[in-house]
Design a protein around this ligand. Structure first.
Ligand SMILES: C[S@@+](CC[C@H](N)C(=O)[O-])C[C@H]1O[C@@H](n2cnc3c(N)ncnc32)[C@H](O)[C@@H]1O
Length: 213
């Protein structure tokens, strides 16, 4: 694990990676007791602003390492758990690094995809299904803003068997703009939330209250 000082000036990323690490390791220990395969999908993989040479401050490497921990514990109990990853990245330069990282992984089945997360949904669904009937899927959605994961578009993922999603987004921006009268901004929130109902739910709430209506 990278020292906290490596995240200096990137405190939001530090917290995000802490949550991801803790979430994945707990999830993996639980589900590996009844699933033979764990599939990790990183929809906005990066690498993004990494400082490490081994990508240990990137979500995909963090998640893989936590999954390995669970696999090793179960291996010692004679239980085999297969790990799989599907990593999507839109930015070309970042994708090149992601692909190079994936090619070094020999103990898990890893597929990388250049392009947007939304356009990759059919492939993600197909990849998850190839994990078999005793597969568990964890999907991490970590955009830079609040677009790129429209509810209607990612619906096939929510309908998969044994799946959990963790979506990380900047609530400070969303609280600020959620009631914007600007047409494009309004539509972007409707796509994100999957309907316009959210407006009634936050109407009249104070700034801080809008986070958990
Ligand atoms: C906040 S960074 C996430 C980094 C990574 N998840 C981490 O925590 O280490 C968002 C990444 O998503 C990429 N990206 C932006 N829009 C995207 C989209 N629509 N589909 C896939 N990737 C996208 C960016 O190039 C950037 O690398």
């Amino acid at each position: 694990m990278l020292a906290e000082s490596a995240y200096s000036g990137r405190e939001q990323t530090l917290v995000k990676h802490y949550i991801l690490r803790e979430y994945v390791v707990r999830m993996a220990f639980k589900v590996a007791s009844f699933c033979d395969t764990i599939t990790y999908v990183d929809g906005f993989s990066g690498p993004w602003n990494v400082v490490s040479e081994d990508f240990s401050d990137s979500s995909f490497a963090i998640a893989l390492n936590e999954l390995r921990k669970a696999r090793e514990v179960y291996r010692a109990k004679n239980r085999t758990v297969k790990l799989r990853g599907f990593f999507v990245e839109k930015n070309r330069a970042a994708y090149k690094k992601l692909k190079a990282f994936a090619e070094t992984v020999t103990d898990a089945e890893v597929v990388t995809k250049p392009g947007t997360f939304e356009s990759s949904i059919p492939e993600v669904v197909e990849f998850v299904k190839q994990g078999g009937t005793k597969n568990f899927t964890f999907i991490f959605i970590d955009p830079t803003g609040w677009s790129g994961f429209a509810m209607e578009t990612i619906k096939p993922l929510l309908e998969l068997d044994r799946v959990e999603l963790l979506i990380n987004f900047m609530t400070s921006h969303i609280r600020r703009f959620a009631e914007s009268a600007h047409k494009e901004t309004m539509e972007s929130f409707e796509r994100m939330f999957g309907s316009a109902d959210f407006r009634q739910r936050i109407q009249g709430l104070r700034f801080e209250e809008k986070e958990t209506p």
